[in-house]
Ligand binder design. Sequence first.
Ligand code: GTQ
Length: 377
Amino acid sequence: MTKYDAFREEVEGRANVEDSPELIAYYRELERLKTGALWTVANKIEPWQPKSDSVPVIWRYRDLREHVMRSVRLVTPERAGRRVIFLENPGRRDVSAAVGWLYSGLQVMHPGELASAHRHSSSALRFIMEGTGAYTIVDGHKMTLGANDFVLTPNGTWHEHGVEETGTPCIWQDGLDIPLVNALEAGFYAVHPDLHQAVGFPVDDCVSMWGAAGLRPHLVSWNKPYSPLFKYQWEPTYAALKMYATESDENPFDGALMHYTNPVSGGHVMATVGASMQLLRPGFRGKAHRHTGSVLYQVAKGEGYSIINGYRFDWRERDIFCVPSWAWHEHVNISATDDACLFSFNDLPVMEKLALFYEEALADNAGHQPVSSEAAP
Ligand code: GTQ
């Protein structure tokens, strides 16, 4: 017996009313009064189990990159505000979501370009894909960014991005909770009065102050609802994963999975968006599980595939794919010699705070999904 037995599918006891001319006329009258009969919608609005409109999608970098680069010739960051190609989920076009309530896009900047400062109620993050010389300024704290670095621009913070003259063209993935904030009808947005911020601190000072593993500064206090460490660099992240992978029993679903954390609380990096990095050892073949909450992955390193709701998605470095809420998923590293690393971000802080997080392992078939011989729709 699992705790989900309470939600098992039974037809008894659910709405099952057939239309009659009198009922149809009745529904029309209710509609005029801005009301409706619950039994006409009950089965839809109370599904047996989480039902995502999002579909699993992979966005392959080799297909996208040239189109992202092309936008540089077509629009300036000044005109576009943010020069971004966003990811569309075919099931969620109405809200510009990559999956569930998460937005994502690929932002490109050439050396010498910069985008003006703004702030909004949405929480944002960036994961750097390629290029050198990129930087972000968050509330006056400037951070230099390299490939596979992960940076926060939490809700309400002034932020702007650019690439130094001496750098190379840069592309990074933006991740935001825009669809969630809009669904909650809580979105504010403001442009910085001077269009740009003054840098008020030494470059990368948040890393100097908050970036030492297991240590926190005595003199500095922090009580904001997001991490004071805005940048998580790739090298220490990868080193931590490799150490963890050799020391621990493997998580059967996710290999060596670690969460980026707020060093003050030990919790998620931001109030609505969490982020993780996982290492799949050479030959790792994960088992299938599913949970509530949406996840968007980016392949930081290596090559493999994931089976999501019975479809196989082959991935390699820089590809992005999504796992909708309650979708079965399992990950495989196809290399016998090299590890693979998956960066991901998610809405799990929301699911946890609202007590809506559920998770279950696939019991059948030794924990592996049957795989469709067809390509994903
Ligand atoms: O850089 O702040 O892709 O506000 C979408 C909305 C990036 C940003 C996006 C944004 C940003």
